[in-house]
Design a protein around this ligand. Structure first.
Ligand SMILES: N[C@@H](CCC(=O)N[C@@H](CS)C(=O)NCC(=O)O)C(=O)O
Length: 238
């Protein structure tokens, strides 16, 4: 890429032991936002212990977007930045759409991610690079207050609880093809990012075939010439 190109984009993106396995829910939100805008991006693989390589962003988490000389961390902030910098194909059609998408993203981060974590966290640990495993276990067991094994022990019950929590999505998707209306936008990518996290790491069947949420996820897997569907994931038929 030409170093003077003011549209030069790099995304620091979480990778597993297999460097092609990119599984972070927050990075997937951003990956879909970049695909939505049709922006060519260089994806830089990053692992949990490589804090030094993103120290320039002033924090220790991915995604981190480098756009020309600007550095943006946090997937929500990145989405706002992308709409400011590249107004074509908006992620938020209006201030009202932005506020609704903010609600969806907050629900994703505070409700959906913990529910999916209770199903997949041990699977996530399994796909990590050996250098990351102890760090991940220690930080996540502290966060959840229990071992990864205990957290994920009741797989059937946790899937049941997740499916119950999807009721608002089901109601919406019975009336609209996407959370953002006739076409997908950031609210869709926010929820979808979490399902990509599970798809990349775990064989657990989170969604029922035939459910409207399943059909919606299929549409997003196929979006942008199958960008998400063709992403490496662990061998499964989910
Ligand atoms: N609010 C942030 C959360 C980002 C986040 O939690 N990233 C995780 C990967 S999914 C991370 O980089 N964690 C680093 C660590 O735990 O040390 C966002 O939306 O981008």
């Amino acid at each position: 890429m030409d170093g003077d190109d003011k549209n030069m984009l790099q995304l620091y993106d979480l990778a597993g032991a297999n460097v092609d396995l990119r599984f972070s829910p927050h990075c997937w939100k951003t990956r879909m936002a970049l695909a939505h805008k049709g922006l060519q991006t260089v994806y830089v693989p990053w692992r949990f212990r490589q804090k030094d390589s993103i120290a320039f962003s002033g924090q220790g988490m991915v995604p981190v977007l480098v756009h020309d000389k600007q550095v943006v961390s946090d997937s929500w902030q990145i989405a706002l930045h992308l709409d400011r910098a590249f107004p074509e194909h908006p992620l938020f059609e209006s201030p009202a759409a932005l506020a609704s998408a903010h609600f969806v993203n907050s629900w994703v981060d505070t409700v959906l991610i913990p529910l999916v974590a209770s199903i997949t966290m041990l699977d996530v640990w399994n796909i990590l690079h050996v250098d990351d495993k102890a760090y991940f276990r220690e930080t996540r067991e502290k966060r959840f207050g229990t071992t990864l094994e205990n957290l994920t022990a009741d797989q059937a019950g946790n899937i049941q609880r997740l499916r119950q929590s999807l009721a608002p999505l089901q109601r919406t998707l019975r009336q609209h093809p996407f959370l953002s209306g006739e076409t997908p936008a950031y609210a869709d990518y926010s929820v979808f990012g979490v399902l990509m996290w599970a798809r990349c790491c775990s064989g657990a069947k989170l969604l029922e075939v035939g459910d409207v949420v399943y059909a919606w996820r299929e549409r997003l897997l196929n979006a942008f010439d199958g960008f998400a569907r063709s992403a490496p994931c662990i061998e499964c038929d989910c």
